[in-house]
Design a protein. Sequence first.
Length: 165
Amino acid sequence: MSVPTYALAAWSGSGKTTFLEKLLPALKERGLRVAVVKHDGHDFELDREGKDTWRLTRAGADVTAIVSATHAAVMENRPVPLEEVVAGIRNVDLILVEGAKNGPWKKILFYRAGAGKPPAADPKRCAAVVTDTPLDTRAPSFALDDAAGLADWLTERVRNYAELT
C-alpha cells in the first residue's frame, strides 16, 4: 500500500519549516505517524568529519548506514531520485515533502503575500492552500497560523485514504 504524500509548494522564506514545526505536533496528537522529506537544492553535509561513517564513506562506500537503539540513518553516497526516496518510506501514515514544488505529488501551497513573489504553484491545482491572503482557488485555505486546521484536514485525508485501500 502506498502512503498519502503531499508536496509543500513554496519559495524559500515563505515559512514552510516554521509551519511544519507546528503542524507535526498537531498531527502526532491526532495519532498519525508522519515522515518529512526535505528536498535540498544545494549539496549538504550529514556526517561529521572524523566519525566512522564519514571515514567509511570517504573510503568509497556507496551506501553507509548507522543504527542505534533510538535512531537509524542510511546515507546514499550517490544521486538518488527524490521519488525513489519517498517510495522507500514505510510504516508511516503520511509523507510530507518539503521543497518539492515540481514533484509528482498533490500540492499544499504556502503563500505569503509579503514575500514579493508569485505563488510557487497554481492555487487552482493545489489540494490545499496555506496563506495570509485570499487566493483564487476552490481548495481549502488555512491561515499561516492554523496548523491545527491543516492537521484536521490531513488527518481526514489519511483516514479516507485508508478506507479506500
